[in-house]
Design a protein around this ligand. Structure first.
Ligand SMILES: Cc1cc2nc3c(=O)[nH]c(=O)nc-3n(C[C@H](O)[C@H](O)[C@H](O)COP(=O)(O)O)c2cc1C
Length: 234
């Protein structure tokens, strides 16, 4: 028997998708149709990769599976505050400019919006822990890579993840890319029964944005073109 033709993907101009995408940190609880998730992942898989090796593997967590991972990581964090074991270095060990200022700015803009002051360590930790509920998104995407692959494949991977987020935008969905799960990669790996050579890259929270949530009002800045572009003509 033939499968029914998938419903047509919604249309969104690529510049508009790039402009609209932003990290969403509060979601509505309504579920996301499996057909939409499949459309997003199938479209994103058109992302390029060196010699077309397609180094991505995605687990789509919903329902009890999502709750199991959230429970495992959150309960560990609450019982062991400050204990993290990253499986790879996402951030530099030593921060320098201009990265340090940019990092501080987005952090304080976020906490400022929520009325959290620098000295309120408890509220900062609680907000950070919201990462580990996928910010209440009904879908948690977990991205892994074969640990035998090299740095080039991580470059491919970024293109894939951004493609997922742009396609989600076309579906009217919000996303938040999340590296923080790598701080508990061992728990993620055991909860989701990773293969021996499988390594966590990041997660993406996926769902319908809560448009009323204050946290989603955060808009981030970007450096001006002349700070990162050099046209070389002669
Ligand atoms: C690979 C990657 C990992 C990220 N990890 C987190 C995370 O763990 N938690 C979080 O709240 N935001 C995370 N972010 C979101 C960044 O803070 C955000 O992209 C940046 O501040 C720019 O804001 P925008 O996405 O709204 O444009 C991550 C972004 C990327 C690309």
């Amino acid at each position: 028997m033939n499968n029914p033709a998938p419903p047509e993907a919604p249309h969104l101009d690529v510049y508009e998708a790039l402009r609209r995408r932003k990290s969403i940190r509060a979601f509505r609880s309504e579920p996301v149709a499996k057909a939409a998730i499949e459309r997003i992942l199938a479209a994103a898989a058109r992302a390029p990769s060196g010699t077309n090796i397609q180094p991505w593997q995605v687990r789509v967590l919903t329902g009890a599976a999502r709750a199991r991972l959230v429970d495992a990581v959150l309960s560990f964090r609450l019982a062991n505050p400050g204990v993290e074991k990253w499986n790879y270095a996402y951030y530099p060990v030593k921060w320098k400019e201009p990265y340090l200022s940019r990092r501080r700015k987005v952090g304080w803009d976020l906490y400022g919006l929520l009325g959290i002051t620098r000295s309120d360590k408890e509220s900062i930790a609680a907000q950070h822990n919201r990462n580990f509920t996928f910010f209440d998104a009904p879908v948690g995407l977990i991205f892994t890579i074969d640990s035998d692959l090299e740095r080039g494949s991580w470059l491919d991977y970024g293109m894939f993840v951004q493609s997922v987020m742009l396609a989600a935008e076309a579906e009217g969905l919000g996303t938040c890319p999340q590296a923080c799960w790598a701080a508990h990669a061992d728990i993620v790996a055991s909860t989701l029964s990773f293969a021996a050579n499988e390594q966590l890259v990041c997660a993406v929270a996926l769902g319908y944005p809560d448009q009323d949530a204050t946290v989603n009002r955060l808009t981030t800045e970007r450096a001006a073109l002349d700070e990162f572009v050099t046209f070389i003509e002669v």
